[in-house]
Design a binder for this molecule. Sequence first.
Ligand code: NDP
Length: 250
Amino acid sequence: MSRLEGKTAVITGGNSGIGLATAKTFLNEGATRIYLTGRRKAELDEAVASLGPRAVAVPGDVTNPVDLDRLYDLVKTEVGQVNVVFANAGFATLAPLGSLTEDHVDALLNTNIKGVIWTVQKALPLMRPGGSIILSASIVASKGFGNWSIYSATKAAVRSFARTWASDLKGQNIRVNAVSPGVIETPGHDKSGATKDEVGSFFDYAAKITPLSRTGRDDEVAKVVAFLASDESSFVNGSEIFVDGGIAQI
Ligand code: NDP
């Protein structure tokens, strides 16, 4: 399929997991050019090399407005506009209420909330009618999983951005939607502060409580992001799509 033919996309957090899988899917769907960000330059360069000449690496941190300006300046110079923005960069670290620290809270708010705000706001001058913005939320936004409080709150904010920004952009024919993955096996879980055994146990637990009896894959999320990026979802706006095997419903 070539649902993204002629489209230029920006994907934050494109060197790993769901972001990288989405980059592959966008290219398979015919995207003309995709710009990928991430802080780890070596991993980003490796990812872009594996994707081929239509992928461009722009190393940077979404919490740093200067890095985002550099990204969009390059897009402006090279192609002049952006059709799709996937604000995917994010992370989870876990802590119970009694152990929350200023650093823990600030880091999550800065990347998962402020990083999303500036990623999208700074894209707007380059977006044209027909554009699509996809935000990365999570099923934990509506769950009470212990130790996940701040991460869950950041993703609840992101869900709310999809609804409110769809209204803010009224009349511009730019859609804003959120994708809410369930438990997807990506490198992101290894960075949560949990041990390998704890991550393994969490995947087993998630598989057990998910109606489809398994965890998800990054490419399964990527396909839904590609749908939201494409004109096939032309009347889907301000929505949240769960890609979670049904876990959000239990
Ligand atoms: P990964 O850790 O595999 O990917 C996260 C990506 O975000 C990496 O490319 C990372 O690159 C980038 N990133 C993190 N912080 C920053 C930052 N400050 N600036 C720029 N890039 C950043 O995790 P996933 O693929 O699992 O996660 C992708 C998104 O999906 C996240 O928003 C996550 O919260 C969400 N999600 C994931 C779920 C899952 O089960 N996997 C479930 C629900 C939501 P680098 O470190 O080089 O900066």
